[in-house]
Design a protein around this ligand. Structure first.
Ligand SMILES: Cc1cc2nc3c(=O)[nH]c(=O)nc-3n(C[C@H](O)[C@H](O)[C@H](O)COP(=O)(O)OP(=O)(O)OC[C@H]3O[C@@H](n4cnc5c(N)ncnc54)[C@H](O)[C@@H]3O)c2cc1C
Length: 509
């Protein structure tokens, strides 16, 4: 008698990449266990409670919600029973160095009117730039390049079009081609920073994000981004998946060149396939026995370069700032290219800042007591290759940021702080095993894009796969959800099973 054994898959990491892949594989009939060392699912999207205030610690804005809808469709469940979200208007406000600002929105007429205040030429260029952004979006999202493993064949097919669309030049230089005013150049080139990239060397193909935002919107999820992670975790367990939190993978065990189990403090979890949603170097250099890889492979893997990190302040304020702070705000310092250079190349701590501020109390009352504000401040900083000791620098850096914000925008800020904590690159390393304290992982530059990112399926260890930030297509919540589609495709192909989700569900025209 033939006994059908369901293939056992262990996913290390319950970030959005791990959870999305877990849902896809469990829905396809595999026996999936997700483990994570942290106490909550969501990876970077951890929750924080402090005094009477709540914070989303990591991601804060949702784009491409259709990718989440797709997961519910695959699992055969009603999304509305788990999650709800609402569109934000404006998407965000950007304050420039000269204290002018723009409310970034999907309304083309409003965008053009605002750009015209900087330059009539730039207002006229908006449409043409968005068309270019749409062309990138069509290749990566609509035609599915972002949701399948990126092979050399795909690259050769895409290359002539990429060259024609100027997708390989830097994001900034593409913006500079369309726009004259430095403020317009900023707002149409900074998007790679959302995914841990340097706008001056991330290829322009990442400039599909402006179109993705324009066509699909920027959303607030009720309960925040950690609420989104909880919703996906519930979906995964409701369809039969097993989620083990506070369970750290110590080793990926290999027999005869093939994965057989994941070792945890509570014992071994047998596995036919292991997928790592954890950091790339951590996976290859800490979780595998050194003998699992040849020295040439180890050398090759060490060539990957990590991108930036972040310094975060979570402050509960006794007052609100409705006139100057919409839900999402970017406050720019005097330097753009120089600051980015300090962060990515020189790796020094600058004395000027460009900050991202999240004030979710603007949209929802759950985050702070009445009349109070939950404020999250993100300063992009160099990763730990900088050699900065954050236990020494954190306090001073926090004070410098709060002083600068008080002087520039938030009158009386320092006196209003009721409760405050910070999160530094050292915390990313300690809590989430992010190499060099870099939560965005391998930097999205030309030589680390598409098939030049670590592959979704390991070339070197049989039965090992990757999902999330460090593999194709890359960081950001939409990126890692797409990576789960790509990894699911290879796993199901390897098992000779059909892929229930090979066709994109929703495309904006
Ligand atoms: C501060 C910040 C703000 C951001 N803002 C946005 C935003 O607004 N919108 C957006 O789209 N993106 C945003 N991003 C990017 C986005 O959050 C990430 O790209 C995405 O969440 C990464 O998901 P992931 O699944 O790849 O991995 P991660 O979220 O990094 O999860 C990996 C998980 O693996 C676990 N792990 C590691 N090692 C082990 C081990 N040995 N055993 C068990 N578990 C292990 C970790 O604990 C972690 O939970 C932001 C990122 C940060 C850091």
């Amino acid at each position: 008698m033939k006994v059908f054994m369901r293939k056992r898959v262990v996913i290390i990491g319950a970030g959005f990449g791990g959870l999305s892949l877990g849902i896809r594989l469990q829905a396809a009939g595999l026996d999936v266990t997700i483990i994570d060392k942290q106490a909550y699912p969501g990876g970077q999207a951890q929750p924080l409670r402090q005094g009477g205030y709540r914070f989303d610690m990591g991601p804060s804005l949702l784009t491409a919600p259709e990718l989440i809808e797709e997961l519910f469709q695959i699992a055969g469940r009603e999304r509305q029973a788990y999650l709800s979200w609402e569109k934000l208007e404006p998407f965000y406000r950007v304050y420039f160095w000269d204290d002018t600002y723009i409310d970034y929105t999907d309304d083309p007429e409003r965008m053009k009117a605002q750009l015209a205040r900087f330059s009539h030429h730039d207002a006229r260029s908006y449409k043409a730039f968005m068309e270019r952004s749409k062309a990138f979006y069509q290749a990566v999202i609509a035609e599915g390049l972002g949701r399948r493993p990126f092979t050399l064949r795909e690259l050769l097919k895409f290359l002539p079009r990429a060259i024609r669309l100027e997708a390989l030049r830097s994001s900034y230089s593409l913006a500079a081609k369309f726009f004259k005013d430095e403020r317009s150049r900023f707002i149409f080139s900074f998007h790679p920073l959302f995914i841990g990239g340097d706008p001056f060397r991330a290829p322009a193909v990442y400039q599909m994000i402006p179109y993705l935002e324009k066509a699909g919107g920027v959303w607030y999820v009720r309960g925040g981004m950690h609420g989104l992670a909880q919703g996906l975790a519930r979906l995964f367990t409701d369809i039969g998946g097993r989620l083990l939190l506070q369970t750290e993978a110590q080793r990926i065990k290999i027999r005869n060149g093939r994965v057989v189990a994941v070792q945890t403090p509570a014992g071994d979890l047998p596995a036919d396939m292991v997928v790592s949603n954890a950091d790339f170097f951590h996976t290859y250099f800490r979780l595998l026995e050194p003998e699992a890889l040849s020295s040439i492979v180890r050398w090759r893997l060490r060539q990957y370069q990590y991108g930036m990190s972040a310094f975060l302040i979570y402050a509960g304020l006794s007052r609100t700032y409705p006139e100057v702070l919409p839900h999402h705000t970017i406050v720019l310092g005097p330097r753009y290219r120089g600051l980015v250079k300090d962060i990515f190349r020189r790796k020094v701590l600058p004395s000027d800042f460009s900050l991202y501020l999240h004030a979710p109390s603007r949209t929802d009352s759950i985050w702070a007591p009445p009349g109070a504000e939950s404020l999250y401040i993100l300063s992009p900083v160099a990763n730990l290759r900088s050699g900065i000791s954050w236990s020494d620098a954190a306090r001073r850096y926090q004070e410098a940021i709060l002083t600068s914000l008080q002087e520039r925008l938030l009158d009386g800020l320092q006196g209003a702080v009721q409760t405050v904590s910070v999160y530094t690159p050292e915390d990313f390393l300690r809590d989430r095993n992010c190499t060099w304290g870099s939560p965005w992982g391998i930097e999205p530059r030309l030589i680390q894009t598409a098939n030049l990112r670590p592959p979704n399926k390991s070339y070197w260890v049989k039965g090992l796969y990757l999902v999330g930030t460090n593999t194709h297509p890359g960081a950001g919540v939409p990126g890692v959800i797409l990576s789960a589609a790509a990894t699911a495709q290879v796993i199901l192909q390897d098992l000779g099973l059909s892929n229930p989700a090979s066709t994109p569900v929703l495309i904006y025209e």
